[in-house]
Design a protein around this ligand. Structure first.
Ligand code: NAG
Ligand code: NAG
Length: 476
């Protein structure tokens, strides 16, 4: 402990900040990886049945005989024998009934007398191939295994569900599960007639610098350039304080818990990564007025530093009398828990380390969130969590393999409709050519899954109508 820390300890003790606020990373992560939202008008969840199907632990090793139970949900209110099956694909979240009892896919199932299904992705929610999440147990967590689960699900349903043997299949997904729709259609073209991929990231990239660029642009577009500048200046000021041995002042300002070491790169990187992710959460989940509201709060204060830090404190803290534990070790500790809990971070981070990268780093100068969350921060986390073999070059090789296998930006797939929100930072990893994909102005991530509504913008409505028209063609 250097003398720089002493004043802070005293301050913290004086304020009684000995207890930490509940897991800040967890809340931010949840926001960024939640089940895509579908606006709810009526509660029809009682239409939905929860069921289980046996799956192989390893679809690609015949000597591996272990099996497990995958959860799925079925809604048959519209189904008539011979009608199509509409499958909503689960991604890195727990499935819930609302997604097949509301929304645009539900409406299309009604039009076509279809059966609605929602599949849960292995290792998420209640679908546990093995009883824990140890490094060893995670070896069967891979999109190729999850797609083989889906293939088995479809062939089993068609063979056993009455009235489904000659039915066509339509798939819908959001975010990661939209990438799966695309890759499934490519890998198993005979099992699915067509798919709708909302906000699909298709290109695996380790140093995903574009994410924060688009997040910054969306803040400037919706919240104004003053807000963008204030975030940029406030973060730059904090960085300068760390650089000038005034890190303890930032520590006091943001009420960071004692273990935070202002001279540790990993702690500082973790802090700035979390700060930028709080803004990512605001942008990615934007709906009417959200970015504008945050910007109003930030602009209401007299200075950049105060505007920014007051907003961050309100986001960190359930309680202002507790400290905020943003040390690297605190994060590693919670992610090292190999039990299934409500959290999906250990699983999803493993998939990023092993398949995609997608680290939303500070590697671009054209973004407002500073310079202190380099790609090394994320690759270090991979090795610390899952084993030393997860070096940067290993992770890069794995991402390259994903792109070789699925085709990256050119998946060469037919009958998949791609939609993105203009404000969504993820769109940079998806198809952006307007001949091949629809970019919906002033909307965020997976914002188009709801029913056609009088509140839709003209572009939103046109995109939803286009999906419905394509589904009619695919089902002919
Ligand atoms: C296949 O499964 C068997 C039985 O669990 C195991 O001993 C073997 O190592 C596995 N092979 C591969 C290539 O993973
Ligand atoms: C997983 O690997 C990490 C990093 O090498 C190690 O610290 C941890 O003990 C391992 N945990 C389990 C449960 O295998």
């Amino acid at each position: 402990m250097t003398h720089h820390g002493v004043g802070v300890i005293i301050t913290l003790l004086a304020l009684g900040l000995s207890q930490a606020n509940g897991n800040i990373f967890e809340r931010t992560f949840k926001k960024l990886h939640e089940e895509p939202y579908v606006p709810t008008n009526q509660n029809r969840a009682d239409e939905v049945q929860t069921l289980w199907i046996e799956q192989k632990l390893d679809h690609f090793n015949d000597s591996e005989t272990r099996t497990w139970q995958m959860r799925y949900m079925i809604n048959d209110v519209f189904f008539k024998a011979g009608g199509p099956m509409f499958i909503y694909l689960g991604g890195e979240w727990a499935i819930s009934k609302g997604r097949i009892s509301e929304g645009h896919m539900y409406d299309m199932a009604k039009e076509h007398n279809g059966l609605l299904a929602y599949t849960e992705h292995r290792y998420y929610g209640e679908s546990h191939p093995l009883p824990d999440l140890s490094n060893d147990s995670l070896q069967f967590l891979h999109v190729k295994q999850a797609m083989a689960d889906l293939a088995h699900f479809i062939t089993t349903q068609k063979a056993s569900y009455e009235g489904l043997s000659d039915s066509k299949v339509i798939m819908v997904g959001g975010s990661y599960s939209a990438a799966m729709v695309t890759w499934f259609k490519k890998t198993y073209p005979d099992l699915v007639a067509g798919g709708w991929a909302s906000s699909a990231p298709l290109f695996a990239k380790v140093d995903f610098v574009e994410y924060k660029e688009i997040a910054g642009q969306s803040i400037a577009l919706m919240g104004g350039s003053d807000c963008y500048n204030r975030i940029q200046n406030g973060i730059a000021e904090m960085e300068a304080m760390f650089a000038n041995k005034r890190g303890s002042e930032v520590k006091a300002l943001l009420k960071l818990c004692e273990p935070f070491d202002v001279y540790s790169d990993l702690d500082v990187w973790n802090l700035f990564s979390e700060i930028s992710d709080i803004f990512s959460g605001v942008v990615q989940t934007h709906n009417a007025g959200q970015i504008e509201g945050v910007c109003q709060k930030i602009m209401a204060e007299g200075s950049d530093l105060v505007g920014l830090s007051k907003f961050l404190l309100s986001e960190f803290g359930e309680s202002t009398s507790k400290c905020n534990d943003l040390s690297y070790n605190a994060m590693i500790d919670t992610l090292s828990d190999t039990r299934y809990s409500g959290s999906v971070r250990r699983q999803w981070l493993f998939q990023t380390c092993n398949e995609y990268g997608w680290y939303q780093t500070s590697g671009s100068a054209s973004q407002p969130f500073g310079t202190k969350f380099p790609v090394t921060f994320y690759t270090t986390m991979c090795a610390d969590l899952y084993g030393p073999q997860f070096s940067k070059s290993f992770i890069e090789d794995r991402a390259a393999e994903t792109n070789d296998y699925f085709g990256g930006f050119t998946p060469k797939v037919e009958n998949v409709y791609f939609s993105h929100g203009q404000l969504d930072p993820w769109r940079a990893m998806g198809i952006q050519d307007e001949k091949q994909a629809t970019i919906i102005p002033k909307h965020a991530h997976c914002a188009d899954l709801g029913s056609i509504s009088i509140d839709d913008t003209a572009e939103m409505r046109a995109s939803k109508e286009r999906v419905a028209e394509l589904v009619r063609e695919w089902l002919k």
